[in-house]
Write a protein that binds this ligand. Structure first.
Ligand SMILES: O=C(O)CCC(=O)C(=O)O
Ligand SMILES: [Fe+2]
Length: 379
């Protein structure tokens, strides 16, 4: 294995001569990526090794996220909506009020935070602590989970698109496929096993409630999205963003839209998550809850990103409701009940598998996979 300090941190370069006056210095990127992967220690391993300059594989390109930093955040009237889900049962007036707010936020921003959602504070805190415990245990123990084989129910690695994306994100992730076929408890990391199972139970219940509210907000029967199996699959992604010595050169997570039916995001207090609203990056303060939904452009799938920071580590847990790579042939597309002569379908139908395959092959630069499913406009 290569020694990281000698070979990776910017020193192992291939110098190519050129006709121009200055020789072009080209980094042997493929070698660097492989060596980084083979450490099986992720971004946290670099920080533990005490690096003060980040390797070049993490540099974002000029055309990427940071150019948009000129328009960053803080604009009061563009803050992310916060919806209180308290008092919903048995009060139809209150429920309508909440459904209206969900509709408005999903149409305008494609993103909202939720409070009084029923997941106890202590469960959320323990979940964040459990994830931190996973990353902060001995590298040798973590290595047992390190793989890029996503047929496994539990996968730990860094940057699932490491070899194909233009720049590496400053983040490591533990992926747990919790539904519909949950892993055996002994397959989950011991240090966070119990809380992962408890959090999964709670977030699944919340997901079902959110699908009900979203169905109602779309003018559908409350069980509609549940009945077409939107809540069937659940992937819990536990992210760890170590403190970064040069945060201006890289990203915690490059801008993207999520590719599932709905994401519920739990983040700690560190900050860094931003959503794109009216062409401005808006900070999402520390509160749980984030939403993405495909609905023929009625509801938005918002672009978001995470900045790298000198502070940290930052921990976040994304619960992705999706059937993912499951071999199901079920087709998803614009909801038929919402279509009419005046609202014809804008997208063609697809299986979630094909949608993901398209995303992986074409959209690693942050562009939307949805664009590849657009139907030609009919006049
Ligand atoms: O860590 C975060 O706050 C966001 C994570 C995210 O966007 C994702 O997992 O898709
Ligand atoms: Fe995301």
């Amino acid at each position: 294995m290569l020694n990281w300090d000698q070979e990776i941190s910017g020193k192992k370069m291939v110098v190519t001569s050129s006709d121009e006056a200055a020789p072009a210095v080209k980094c042997d990127r493929a070698t660097e990526l492989k060596a980084f992967d083979e450490t099986k220690a992720g971004v946290k391993g670099l920080v533990d090794a005490g690096i003060t300059e980040i390797p070049r594989i993490f540099y974002i390109s000029i055309s990427d996220n940071h150019i948009e930093n000129s328009s960053v955040s803080g604009v009061a009237q563009l803050s992310v909506p916060v919806i209180d889900l308290g008092g919903l049962t048995g009060d139809s007036f209150r429920r309508k009020e909440v459904v209206d707010r969900v509709r408005e936020a999903s149409e305008k921003q494609g993103f909202f935070q939720i409070v009084k959602h029923g997941i106890p504070e202590c469960v959320m805190e323990e979940m964040i602590d459990g994830v931190r415990r996973f990353y902060e245990q001995e590298t040798e123990v973590k290595k047992a989970f390190y793989t890029r084989d996503f047929t496994k129910p539990v996968v730990y690695n860094t940057n699932n698109d490491l070899y194909s994306s233009p720049s590496v994100d400053w983040r490591d992730t533990l992926y747990c496929r919790m539904a519909p076929n949950p892993p055996r408890p002994e397959d989950l990391p011991l240090v966070c096993r119990d809380i992962l199972m408890e959090y999964t139970k709670q977030v699944s219940r919340l997901g079902i409630l959110l699908f009900e509210l979203i169905s109602e907000a779309l003018g559908l029967n409350p069980n509609h999205l549940y009945e077409i199996d939107c809540a069937e699959g659940l992937n819990v992604l536990c992210h760890y963003y170590p403190p970064c010595p040069q945060p201006e050169l890289t990203m915690g997570a490059t801008k993207h839209t999520d590719i599932d039916f709905l994401t519920v995001l739990l983040q700690d207090h560190i900050g860094g998550l931003q959503v794109l609203m009216d062409n401005k990056w808006i900070d999402v303060s520390h509160q749980p809850g984030a939403l993405v939904l495909i609905s023929n452009d009625k509801f938005k799938s918002v672009e978001h990103r995470v900045l790298a920071s000198r502070m940290g580590p930052r921990v976040s847990i994304g619960s992705f409701f999706t059937t993912g790579i499951m071999p199901t042939s079920k087709l998803y597309g614009p909801i038929k009940e919402l279509l009419s002569e005046n609202n014809p379908p804008k997208y063609r139908e697809t299986t979630i598998r094909d949608y993901l395959a398209c995303f992986r092959s074409k959209c690693l630069d942050g562009t939307s996979a949805l664009d590849h499913f657009k139907l030609p406009k009919t006049e």
